[in-house]
Design a protein around this ligand. Structure first.
Ligand SMILES: Nc1ncnc2c1ncn2[C@@H]1O[C@H](COP(=O)(O)OP(=O)(O)OP(=O)(O)O)[C@@H](O)[C@H]1O
Length: 327
């Protein structure tokens, strides 16, 4: 179990982590989300022991993680941190880079382990290519394989696919995350990308200005976001006065609605007129304006005529789930 107990950290005068506490079960996958500068990397660095905390404690089971003031060589054997800058050996091959981190006591397994890890990072054909000749995204994958070579109990990933193109990213998510689950490796993944989170994370921790503002199971967090900031991490979201819906016209509260949650109708719901269509591949996000002059985004399989008037409705079930937010 990873226990983070009330940790705070400041760079010079500015507080970057503010009293963060949470527990992480072994083998589970936690995504750390938050806008740029919210403290995601700093949290991972603190957990890895790269920072001296202002206050608080970090434990992996019974072992305390200590910062550089107490630990000359930061980093614990049971934990690996894959940073945004990958620390590789450029003049040796991909296979040699991975082999460097395999256990010297298991020489006879090295070939098989290198092959296994090359498959996870999908670089089998690059085994004998020198790292200096790889693209940024390929280097990032080698850094991942090196971390895995050390068979960590906890893996800290800082934007693990940031340099990798969309196509490869998808393949890699589907090979890496199930591999980590199968091996029982505990994962903390700092990411901006909801696609890293939605199908793979068990829980999500949300940071805002160094404070933990949510820590919940992924589905709960997505379905019942406590504020727009949280819902926005998963893409576009509307925050509307509930009074736009006839049944709630007297109520002074706002409601968060993802664009795909509207039902379009010819006559039921509230009226919007169409001002723009945004092509998204398999569907369109339509930009409309409601009677209170507020912009509303909703999805539709096809583009709609500019200036067309449509009615948007939301299921009662959804309203009841979300309605808790007071203005
Ligand atoms: N070495 C440093 N010295 C001083 N301030 C720093 C340092 N590193 C980060 N910060 C500041 O700490 C805050 C949190 O940074 P951090 O890198 O943890 O954010 P982040 O959420 O990981 O951002 P991003 O998503 O852009 O990587 C930011 O305001 C940043 O400017």
């Amino acid at each position: 179990m990873l226990s983070i107990k009330n940790i705070s950290f400041s760079y010079q005068e500015s507080k970057v982590l503010d009293q963060i506490s949470f527990l992480l079960e072994p083998g589970s996958h936690l995504s750390v989300m938050g806008e740029s500068g919210s403290g995601k990397s700093t949290l991972l660095k603190a957990i890895y022991g790269l920072l001296d905390l202002d206050s608080g404690e970090i434990f992996w089971n019974k072992e305390q993680v200590l910062g550089p003031n107490f630990n000359l060589v930061p980093g614990e054997k049971y934990m690996r941190y894959v940073a945004q800058d990958f620390d590789l050996m450029p003049f040796t091959t991909v296979a040699e880079n991975i082999a460097e981190f395999l256990s010297v006591f298991e020489q006879e397994n090295h070939e098989a382990r290198i092959q296994e890890l090359l498959e996870v990072i999908e670089l089998v054909d690059f085994a004998n290519v020198k790292v200096k000749n790889l693209s940024g995204g390929q280097k990032q994958r080698v850094a991942l394989a090196r971390a895995l070579a050390q068979e960590p109990e906890i893996l800290l990933l800082d934007e693990p696919f940031s340099s990798i193109d969309q196509f490869k990213k998808n393949q890699l998510r589907h090979s890496l995350f199930p591999y980590l689950k199968e091996k029982g490796i505990t994962v903390l993944n700092a990411t901006h990308d909801p696609n890293d989170v939605l199908s793979f994370a068990d829980n999500v921790l949300v940071l805002k200005d160094g404070k933990m503002i949510a820590h919940d199971a992924i589905q709960q967090l997505y379905q019942k976001p406590k504020q727009k900031y949280i819902a926005s991490l998963f893409g576009q979201v509307n925050e509307l006065p509930i009074s736009l819906l006839k049944e709630y016209s007297e109520m002074d509260a706002s409601i968060l609605i993802y664009p795909h949650e509207f039902e379009i109708s010819k006559d039921a719901g509230f009226e919007v007129y169409v001002v723009n269509n945004h092509f998204k591949g398999g569907y369109y996000v339509i930009e409309g304006v409601a009677e209170n002059s507020q912009t509303v985004f909703f999805t539709n399989p096809n583009a709609l005529k500019i200036h067309a008037r449509v009615y948007l409705n939301v299921s009662l079930q959804l309203v009841n789930r979300r309605i808790s937010i007071k203005k």
